[in-house]
Write a protein that binds this ligand. Structure first.
Ligand SMILES: *Cc1c(COP(=O)(O)O)cnc(C)c1O
Length: 397
C-alpha cells in the first residue's frame, strides 16, 4: 500500500524543475463561458476531466469547473472519480467507461454514476446496490454508431425498463457518443445527423414506455460547436474546455460560419537552455548521429525529452520559441533532453527561457495543435502526453 501511494505521488518530493507547465485557469473560465454562450438556457454542462483533465490536473480543473457552474463531471476510470471525491468534489460524476463488478462497491460508496449498457451489468449492480440498501443512479449508454460501448438502439427501451423496474438502480440519464462529429465531409455530416436522429428516436421510445429517461446527452466538443440539435439536456465538451478546436471545426471555420467562440489553450510547456555548445561542421548530434552540422553553429540543450511527453517521433518537426523566435530540434529527441539548432551568432544564451508549445497570448509561436498537425496526430494526444514529471504551475490568468 505504501509503495502504491509513493508511486502515485512520485514527484511530490520536489516540484520545481527547469521544465514545467503553466496551467492558465483564467483560460479555463473563459472557455467554459464561451461554450456556455452556445447553449440554450437550461442545457446542462458536463465537463470531462478524464486522463487527469487531459493532462491539466483533474482536481484543480474540477474545482474551477464547479465554481463555473458545471453540473456534472465525467471520468473514464472509477479511480479517477474516487480521486475527485477525496478532493471534496460533491457534484455528480459520470463514469464513461464500463465498470467491472469488482468496482461496484467503490462506485456506490463514492456516489459515482456508472454507465451501463447490458442486462448483465444492470442485474449485477442491482444485486450489490440492494444488498447495500442503496438506489444507484445510472446512465444508459446507447451505441448509435461509434462502435465502442453501448447497447443497440433496439435494445435500449427494454434496458431502460429493466433499470426502471430494479430496486437498487434508477435511470438518471441516457446518452450516446459521436464518431465523426469533428469532420465536415458531407458523408460524415450525414452520419452524425443519422446518429442524432437515432438517439432522438431511442429517447422517444423510452418515453413511450412511460419511463422517464432522465438527462439525455450526446454532444462532445465538436457537436457542441457544430450541431446545436445534438445538445439535448446536457453536453460533454472536453477538448474545447481545454482550449482547442476539434478536427475540421477550426477557429477559421467557425469565424466564417457565424458560430465563433474564442477558445484559449490552458497549457504551455516551458523549459530553459541549460547549455550552449559550439558545434563544428561535420559533427553529429544525439543518438543515431542523424543530424550532422553542415556548418559551424551553436546548439542549445533543453532538459526535456520523451520521458516528459515530447514524443521521439516529433523529431525535427518540433520547434521551440525563444524570445519570440522559433528554433528547430536537431537530432533525435532523447528520454530527458533534446537539442536545438541556434544557428551562428545567435542572440540566445544559456538559461534563456524556452516555450515548447502554448497559447499565442503567452508568447508561444507554436501550439499543441501545430505540433499535432506536423506529427500526424491530434492535440488531445500532445496535451494528455505531458508526463507527471513535468510540474504543473497553476495561474489565475
Ligand atoms: C472524452 C469523451 C467526451 C469529450 O470529447 P471531446 O472530443 O474532448 O469533447 C465526451 N463523451 C465521451 C463519451 C467521451 O469519452
Amino acid at each position: 500500500m505504501l509503495v502504491a501511494k509513493k508511486m502515485a505521488n512520485r514527484y511530490d518530493d520536489c516540484d520545481m524543475r527547469a521544465t514545467f507547465a503553466n496551467i492558465y485557469m483564467g483560460n479555463l473560465r473563459n472557455n467554459i463561458e464561451q461554450i456556455r454562450s452556445r447553449l440554450a438556457p437550461g442545457v446542462r454542462l458536463c465537463i470531462p476531466v478524464k486522463a487527469d483533465a487531459y493532462g491539466h490536473g483533474a482536481v484543480p480543473v474540477a474545482h474551477t469547473a464547479v465554481e463555473c457552474g458545471a453540473d456534472y463531471l465525467a471520468v473514464a476510470a472509477v479511480s479517477e472519480g474516487v480521486k475527485l471525491r477525496k478532493a471534496g468534489i460533491t457534484i455528480p460524476i459520470l463514469v464513461l467507461s464500463l465498470p467491472q463488478p469488482s468496482e461496484f462497491t467503490e462506485i456506490i460508496e463514492r456516489h459515482l454514476t456508472p454507465s451501463l449498457c447490458d442486462s448483465e451489468l444492470v442485474r449485477m449492480l442491482n444485486v450489490t446496490a440492494t444488498a447495500m440498501g442503496r438506489k444507484v443512479p445510472v446512465h444508459l449508454k446507447v451505441d448509435t454508431g461509434m462502435g465502442r460501448i453501448g447497447c443497440t438502439a433496439e435494445e435500449a427501451p427494454e434496458l431502460a425498463r429493466l433499470i426502471a423496474s430494479s430496486q437498487g438502480v434508477r435511470l438518471d440519464g441516457v446518452f450516446t457518443h459521436f464518431a465523426v462529429s469533428d469532420s465536415l465531409l458531407p458523408a460524415d455530416v450525414d452520419y452524425t445527423r443519422q446518429q442524432i436522429e437515432t438517439f432522438r428516436q431511442v429517447v422517444s421510445r423510452i418515453r413511450q414506455l412511460g419511463i422517464e429517461p432522465g438527462i439525455c446527452h450526446a454532444a462532445n466538443s465538436a457537436a457542441v460547436l457544430q450541431y446545436p440539435e445534438s445538445h439535448f439536456d446536457m453536453v460533454r465538451p472536453g477538448l474545447a474546455v481545454y482550449g482547442y478546436y476539434p478536427g475540421d471545426i477550426t477557429e477559421d471555420y467557425l469565424n466564417g460560419n457565424g458560430g465563433f467562440v474564442n477558445l484559449r489553450p490552458m497549457m504551455d510547456v516551458r523549459s530553459s537552455i541549460v547549455a550552449v555548445r559550439q558545434v563544428r561542421k561535420g559533427e553529429s548530434i544525439s543518438y543515431g548521429r542523424q543530424w550532422v552540422a553542415e556548418q559551424d553553429c551553436q546548439v542549445g540543450v533543453i532538459p526535456a525529452g520523451y520521458g516528459d511527453g515530447l514524443l521521439r517521433r516529433y523529431g525535427e518537426s518540433l520547434q521551440v520559441t525563444i524570445n519570440g523566435r522559433l528554433y528547430p530540434v536537431v537530432g533525435r529527441i532523447c528520454m530527458d533532453q533534446c537539442m536545438i539548432c541556434l544557428g551562428t551568432d545567435s542572440p540566445v544564451s544559456r538559461w534563456d527561457e524556452v516555450i515548447i508549445f502554448g497559447p499565442k497570448e503567452h508568447g508561444a509561436l507554436q501550439s499543441a495543435q501545430d505540433i499535432a498537425d506536423k506529427a500526424g496526430t491530434i492535440s488531445y494526444e500532445i496535451i494528455c502526453g505531458i508526463d507527471q514529471r513535468v510540474p504543473r504551475v497553476y495561474r489565475d490568468e
